[in-house]
Design a protein around this ligand. Structure first.
Ligand code: UFG
Length: 336
């Protein structure tokens, strides 16, 4: 029996595949490489000694997805594949809704037709919207401020409705906070196309000299130093959370939304200074206006994951910056 990982060549997907393989699971990846590279497969093989089966296919291509379920014995799916850039989603709403939502509908139809009813979904803390107080708890109302966020809210609803209709489904909605860092080996890590949107890859590219200066988006928030506070979580901790979620789903039915965060907030300037320590030199930055749609603070109440999955993050901000720097130092041009 195998676990199908959609988007398994991506940042979080690849780290999860490594942990699944190392835990003795058989893994099948489906990825269209729209935001990842085939080289990731070589890296996963280098780390684990095992090359997972790969289907290069798009979730919108239903016959191609059916073929996977026909050829492989899939017992559960971890569904990462989707577009994820907030700003781009505002410019391209149709593309985002079509790709993320229709892709998920096709996947679930194929799963149902082949009797596979266990899914772990890659959701986001973005579903807590603008109006909930921190720390965010799973029972809070969900909302969104951009098409990307709405795809997460809607897919959570769609998957929950599947269980309402058919009690054989097991649905786990993992709400990630801010995953950063890289595998200890430096062989896999975050490798965004173009100029990064997210803080850590941006800092890393300034640190390595590819970008001149970090813009800190706002220093007048009601936070420890005025800059935005987020719950950064090491991508390997996050990957291990998926392992726990899969094991849980194999023995349960139902729907559970679960935060994967550390429960601690760190400001932009605190992260910047931690990265300076990791790379051993100062990093150029300037204070810029707030970015539209940003909130002051976002961090998890991480207690449900601990109680339900017996999972908690153990890696520190220092670990995250050290491994992130190790990855970009070894792969200054990304995965080639
Ligand atoms: N920031 C900067 N400069 C940059 C980039 C970011 O100052 O160049 C700041 C932001 O203003 C924010 C913090 O760094 O305060 C983190 O920003 P990111 O873009 O790295 O992350 P976000 O918290 O905005 O977004 C992340 C994910 C989204 C997800 C969201 C909510 O990228 O997918 O968390 O969970 F929707």
């Amino acid at each position: 029996m195998a676990i199908l990982v959609t988007g398994g060549a991506g940042f979080i997907g690849s780290h999860t595949v490594v942990e699944l393989i190392q835990a003795g699971k058989e893994v099948v990846i489906v990825d269209n490489f729209s935001n990842s590279k085939p080289e990731v497969l070589n890296r996963i093989e280098k780390i684990t000694g095992i090359r997972p089966i790969l289907y290069q296919a798009d979730l919108l291509d239903k016959p191609a997805i059916d073929k996977i379920f026909e050829e492989q014995n899939i017992e559960a799916v971890i569904h990462f594949a989707g577009f994820k850039a907030v700003g781009e989603s505002v410019q391209k709403p149709l593309e985002y809704y079509h790709n993320n939502i229709t892709g998920t509908l096709m996947l679930c139809q194929s799963m149902r037709e082949h009797g596979c009813k266990k899914i772990v979904f890659s959701s986001s803390a973005t579903v807590y919207g603008m109006n909930n107080p921190v720390p965010f708890k799973e029972g809070m109302p969900t909302s969104a401020t951009n098409p990307y966020g709405y795809t997460k809210v809607m897919i959570e609803q769609i998957l929950s409705d599947l269980y309402v209709a058919d009690k054989e489904w097991s649905v786990i909605l993992l709400r990630y906070f801010n995953p950063i860092g890289a595998h200890e080996s430096g062989l896999i890590g975050e490798d965004p196309n173009g100029i990064p949107n997210n803080l850590l890859p941006y800092i890393a590219q300034v640190a390595i000299g590819k970008l001149p200066c970090l813009s800190v988006f706002g220093d007048d928030y009601d936070t420890v130093d005025g800059t935005g506070v987020r719950d950064y979580i090491h991508v390997v901790d996050l990957a291990l959370g998926h392992l726990k979620a899969i094991d849980y789903s194999l023995s349960h039915t139902g729907v559970e939304a679960i935060n994967l965060g550390t429960g601690n907030g760190t400001s932009v300037l605190q992260i910047l200074h931690a990265f300076e320590k990791a790379c051993g030199h100062s990093i150029n930055y300037k204070i810029a206006p707030r970015r539209a749609g940003d909130i002051a603070s976002c961090y998890a109440d991480a207690s449900k994951a601990k109680e339900m999955l017996d999972w908690e993050a153990t890696r520190t901000i220092e670990d995250m910056c050290r491994t992130g720097w190790n990855f970009i130092s070894k792969n200054p041009n990304g995965l080639e």
